[in-house]
Design a protein around this ligand. Structure first.
Ligand code: SF4
Length: 215
């Protein structure tokens, strides 16, 4: 089977098995950005607790969060772990948005995907995965978000080599899929689902997995 056919088959099987994922779980683009930084190296349940803290303190906006000191912000996001580091990363992002875009998110998100991505990556503490999550899920522009699950699942099915970097994986995906925001949105979310449930780092549960037998 060719790479593009294999990817289509994966998407179809996962889509049939799990149904629509409707990511990102957030009420605003700003919340997506905050969540994308908070979710680094932690699970989503912890992120939800940190977001709930911000919400209950009525702080979940660029204006309010930008005014907090790193120490104060860190207190609110403590459940997400690495809270001082993440508070610094959030403030780095807010600095970019306020200084270069006058805090105008509509204006910021109007940029072409690649320009947006470059700017986000220039922020200390934002790497390719976080930047691409913001471009795809907040700006709704077509970039494929690659993570450890993507790497593991695709390499186990010989779609990518085992030794393969972020951009190489992304290129293989974008070269073999239609450039479509909805497709990229759902596909990434589905890979996370199957990765968490079946395609574990050790002892993958292939017998029960919807991708069982795919060659
Ligand atoms: S658990 Fe097995 S069948 Fe499922 S994605 Fe991983 S390697 Fe493939």
């Amino acid at each position: 089977m060719q790479t593009s056919e294999k990817l289509k088959e994966i998407y179809q099987r996962l889509s049939n098995h799990y149904g629509p994922q409707n990511w990102w779980p957030a009420e605003s683009r700003f919340e997506v950005m905050v969540g994308a930084i908070l979710t680094q190296n932690t699970n989503w349940q912890n992120v939800e607790k940190a977001l709930a803290n911000l919400q209950s303190a009525e702080l979940l906006s660029l204006g309010s969060m930008s005014e907090l000191t790193v120490e104060k912000l860190a207190e609110h996001i403590r459940p997400a772990g690495y809270y001082t580091l993440k508070a610094n990363r959030l403030q780095n992002l807010f600095h970019l948005l306020n200084e270069q875009w006058d805090g105008d998110l509509d204006y910021f998100f109007q940029q072409p995907a690649m320009a947006l991505r470059e700017q986000l990556i220039s922020v200390k503490g934002i790497g390719p995965e976080t930047a691409d999550a913001i471009v795809l899920y907040a700006a709704e522009k077509p970039v494929f978000v690659v993570d450890n699950y993507t790497h593991r699942i695709l390499s186990r099915h010989d779609i990518i080599p085992r030794e393969c970097g972020y951009y190489e994986i992304q290129e293989i995906l974008t070269d073999n899929l239609d450039e479509d925001v909805h497709l990229f949105n759902e596909f990434h979310a589905l890979l996370v689902q199957v990765g968490k449930q079946f395609c574990k780092k050790t002892n993958p549960k292939c017998d029960e997995c919807p991708l069982q037998g795919l060659v």
